[in-house]
Design a protein around this ligand. Structure first.
Ligand code: 5GP
Ligand code: MG
Length: 179
């Protein structure tokens, strides 16, 4: 199945049912890992919003939700090396069990930057769940990256929260750029 997003053509890579099954699996792990705790889920905007909504609605422990925003892509297809903190966390995370939720990790620059920033605020623990990862693009090892939904090829993807030129976030599945 192909779809046009802005001026580019994409093909279906991961359908909605496959995503749902994988998100359910991650949710099961988190429900076990954080049973009896009160984790704080921190979403990295904008791309996290669909994944985060699906994941946190399956959490069975008392939990809180907050957001941060770091820009590394500025509407194009390739990463710029500059990171900008667009929105700071509105809560104190000292002593908290933080679960950082990211749509995709590519080079790992964004997560490396964010984790270093969050650690300075002295959380009790911090792990990362990323829906997608591109191992071939990875430049930084991220020990905190505990759950990855899917490892994908080093190709640009949209859908399920991820955009191309701010479009395509509403797609139910993950779509990959056609060569
Ligand atoms: P990194 O800092 O790991 O290189 O890139 C992470 C950020 O780049 C992600 O949070 C995401 O916003 C963006 N990104 C990386 N790969 C893709 C992709 O294939 N599609 C989209 N839409 N965004 C991507
Ligand atoms: Mg992102």
């Amino acid at each position: 199945m192909t779809t046009l997003v802005a001026d580019l053509k994409f093909e279906l890579l991961i359908d909605a049912e496959t995503i749902k099954n994988r998100v359910d699996e991650i949710a099961t792990h988190l429900n076990t890992e954080y049973a009896g705790k009160n984790p704080l889920f921190v979403g990295v905007l904008n791309g996290c919003f669909v994944f985060m909504a699906d994941l946190v609605r399956q959490m069975q422990m008392p939990c809180e939700v907050s957001f941060t925003k770091v820009a590394s892509y500025h509407g194009g297809l390739t990463t710029t090396w500059q990171l900008r903190n667009d929105l700071d966390l509105a809560v104190n995370i000292e002593g908290r069990d933080v679960v950082l939720l990211e749509d995709i990790t590519d080079t790992g620059n964004t997560l490396t930057y964010l984790i270093a920033d969050l650690k300075q605020r002295k959380p009790a623990s911090i792990i990362v769940c990323a829906l997608l990862s591109k191992p071939a693009a990875q430049l930084h090892h991220i020990p905190e990256l505990k759950y990855v939904g899917f490892e994908i090829e080093n190709k640009f993807v949209v859908g399920y929260g991820l955009d191309y030129k701010e479009m395509g976030r509403n797609l139910n599945g993950i779509y990959q750029l056609l060569d």
